[in-house]
Every structure is written in structure tokens, then in C-alpha cells.
Design a protein around this ligand. Sequence first.
Ligand code: MN
Length: 289
Amino acid sequence: MPLGCHGLVWTGGTSEAQLQHALRHNQEAGFELLEIALLDPHGFDVRAAHRALATSHQHVSASLGLPAAADISSGDPGCLAAGEALLNRAVEIVHDLGGRYLVGVLYSQLRKYSAPATAEGRCQSQDVLRRVAARATQLGVTLALEVVNRYETNVFNTARGALAYLDELGDPSVKVHLDTYHMNIEETDLLTPVLECGDRLGYVHIGESHRGYLGTGSVDFDGFFTALSLIDYRGPITFESFSTAVVNQDLSRNLAIWRNLWFDSDDLAKHAHTFISGQLHARSQTGRY
Ligand code: MN
């Protein structure tokens, strides 16, 4: 299974120089996949990304949360059309860059809502994603919907909620994307949700409870990695961490990154790679991995 690292560990943007920097340091830290924060697909410079990738052996994936004007759960017709166009463009970019995964909050805006999602908004977001998923499947791209905490979406906040949403959507190619940071806030434990997803788990974010160094917070990584081994998970596992040391203005504000959890990206990422590899290695020696 490919081990990856989120681009915001390295840089706040996606210019050619920023991507080159991220790809080089990602490789040096031991990772083989760079997750690009694709927050503005229409403004993303695909040629520049190609030039950066030409000198790298890294794979890429992409993640995003929808902006307000493209919130497909909002019930607003203009937002629905803009969201579908944005998601389709994101799928094309991932395909163009040789990637296989578009993940994150693809179903709503990434923000604290002040009311529950409406039945109409939920249904309309599923209609859009059904069409986008059909296009993604044609291009060999898998969509995985990230389960995030209640302060970042109102559509679903648990693995069970995501599975119910995907049952209604009705396209088995669309997978669940679990993130240990969010699970630690919303789930009863970190093992059961993974078992409930089973082969419908398509993407994983590894984040600590404070989004800093792995092993220094309250996330039950032993339970989580045991669960991954029990379902024989073989998809990407991506380290995600944020600090005011590296800032993308929009994403950092949406995620409420107000303080420094680390200063040295290289040290943080190498530590994370060692931590995740160690968890997987131990289980490979004792169980299925
Ligand atoms: Mn995440």
C-alpha cells in the first residue's frame, strides 16, 4: 500500500517550484505519494505540475473541500452547477497527473454549518456525485468521501453515516475516506468504523488528535492499524498534519490552524513515515500485513 504525505506539510501552494520542493522532500522522507491540496481546480496549473513531476518518481493524489460557491449540498442551483464543474475538473486533473484518487470533502463545503443538512441538499449532492463518479470511473480515478468532524460539515460525521450516504448514492465505486483525527472526535473507537467499512474503505488519513507529531496525542493508533490489518486494507495511507509553520490561507483558516505544532517539516515527515511504517511492519510480522 502506498504511503503518502499531504502537501501542506511542505508548502502552502501548488506552483511549479512549490510542487518541486514538496516532491523532493516527500521522497527524502521516505514517502512515495504526494497528496496535492486541489483547492482551486480551475486555477491549477497542470503544465507546471507536469514539469515538476517529470523529474520525480513520486505518485500523486488530490484532496479538496468544496468552496461556498460550489457547495453541492446547499440546495442552490448555481452552486450545484459550479460544484459539478469543479469536481469534474478535479477528476480530469488527477487523471492528467497519473493519479488514481480524488478524496476529501467532495460532498459539501468545508466549514462549520449552523443548521443540519436538508434532505433536498443531501439528495442533490448525491445526484452530482453519481454523475462525477461515472466520469471518474471512465478515467480510472476513484472518489473517496472523507468523514470529517461536526465543525467541518453537516452531511455526515461518522463512518456509519458515510456508508448510509453512499448506499443512497448507489455507486459502489465511490469509497469512504477515514481520517484518524476526525474519528478521534466523532467515533466510539478507532477499530469498529474500519471493520464496518471493510472493502468500502478507499483512502486513509493519519493525523494526531492535535494534528501534530504522531504518537504525542490521544489517537488510538494501535486499534486503528489493527483494524486496517483485519480488513486487509491495501489502499493509500497518507500522513496529514498542519501547523502555522506552513500556511495555505483558505485551508488553514477553514481547519482552524491557529498555533504551531511543529516547525521542521522534514523532521515531522520522517518521524511520521517511521511511525506509520513501524505500525504496518509489526502487523506484517504477526498477522496479515
Ligand atoms: Mn483529512
